[in-house]
Design a protein around this ligand. Sequence first.
Ligand SMILES: C[S@@+](CC[C@H](N)C(=O)[O-])C[C@H]1O[C@@H](n2cnc3c(N)ncnc32)[C@H](O)[C@@H]1O
Length: 282
Amino acid sequence: MDGSRAALAIHDPPYNLVAFKETSIGEFTASCERWARSTLGWLAPDASLYVWLGADQTDGFQPLPDFMIMMRSLPVTARSFITMRNQRGYGTQKNWMAVRQELPYYTMGRPVFNVEAEYTDIPKILRGYYKKVNGTMTENMERSRSENIRAGNVWVDIQQVFYRMEENVSGCYAQKPLKCIDRIVRASSNIGQLVVDFFAHSGTTLLSCEISKRRCFTIDTDPVFCEIAIRRLEHYRKTGQFGWQNGHAFEDNIQVEFERVPEEPVSVKPLATPPVTQTLFF
Ligand SMILES: C[S@@+](CC[C@H](N)C(=O)[O-])C[C@H]1O[C@@H](n2cnc3c(N)ncnc32)[C@H](O)[C@@H]1O
């Protein structure tokens, strides 16, 4: 960090995604405590911390509750508990479909909060919350500062990333939509301020900071994701695009490798016994 202090940390740790190593809730919470304490050491006195988490309804709503309890021992103030609605969910015909992602928001000191960043593209549609202002009865449309609703702490306007979207980064199965990271970055930091993200993956925070003119330091334990995050930033600088849609970050290299392979006649040996099953890897 070279003496720099961040105004904002956005972390999205992996928890029992099939792609990553499975950990017990105790191990996961202990690792969260380590990176959360480490983060606090690099935050400015007035700063915000957002953490993406799940609440698995088939597993005691973990890891959310143990994480929240752990955070109570840290010198931060719990400020809001944001829920983002996914379009895809899981569940059965006998339970509510699980469509939520959790985003607890903590602060230290008195950090910036740019309320403009909270406004959505959703028009206000409900009337009828009456209040007296200077002796006159007004309804909420007359009092409001915007035609659109504030996101509040239930975000229903974020499209999950899928392969038809330009921002899609193939191979990054845990990619967060740029729109939700952008909302956090613009609300809880100012231009030129430093933002940190310890779990880069597809580099969404890095890209969002580039677009909104913040500085960003980000890391990932996996060098492939580090490379993808760097390439995504470079790709944006070169083309103005947010991702590769259904292309990918290594297109150039794979093409080069392809061209170098000398053509050889392919010989296929017939199998003594025909295979019973065939496994395909994508
Ligand atoms: C859920 S993904 C983050 C997604 C990211 N917000 C995005 O939008 O692309 C978690 C990432 O954390 C990385 N990771 C796992 N353990 C880590 C560790 N101890 N330190 C740093 N990164 C780690 C994984 O390699 C993975 O890329």
